[in-house]
Ligand binder design. Sequence first.
Ligand code: ZN
Length: 139
Amino acid sequence: MQTEDGSARDQRGASGEGMLRPIYIQNSRLPGILSLFTPVRLWSFTIPPFTFCEETLDDATIQHEMIHMRQWLELGIVGFVLLYSGLWALNVLRGMNKYEAYFYNPMEHEACIHESDAGYLVSRPAWAWLKYLGGKRNG
Ligand SMILES: [Zn+2]
C-alpha cells in the first residue's frame, strides 16, 4: 500500500496485522460437531489454514486463534495434535478436572493469557508456549 508521500506502509500493525492469518470460516457448525469428541465445548478452533467459529469472530478470538496458528507452524500438524492431546491427558493424570486440564495445557494457556494483549504477536518469541509447561501443579 502506498501512503500520500509515496512510501510503502508497514503492513505489520501492533495486532499482528499483515502476518500469516488463517482463513476464517464463521457461523460454522464444525465447532459443535467436533465438540462431540472433545472434553470441553469448542466455540472456535484452528486447523491450518482454517479457523472455524460457531458465530462471528471477535478480536480476542482472532488473536487467540492466531497464537494457535503460530504453534501449529512450530510443531506441524501431527506434532501439535499429539502434544496438545498428550499434555491435556497428562494434566488429567496430575489431578486436574477437564476444564483445568484444558486451560493449563501450555498451548491453550499461552493463547488465553495473550488473546487481548495488543502487540503480543509482533513480539512473541518462537516456541513461547514452552514457558507455560507445568503451569499449575495440583496440591
Ligand atoms: Zn485455544
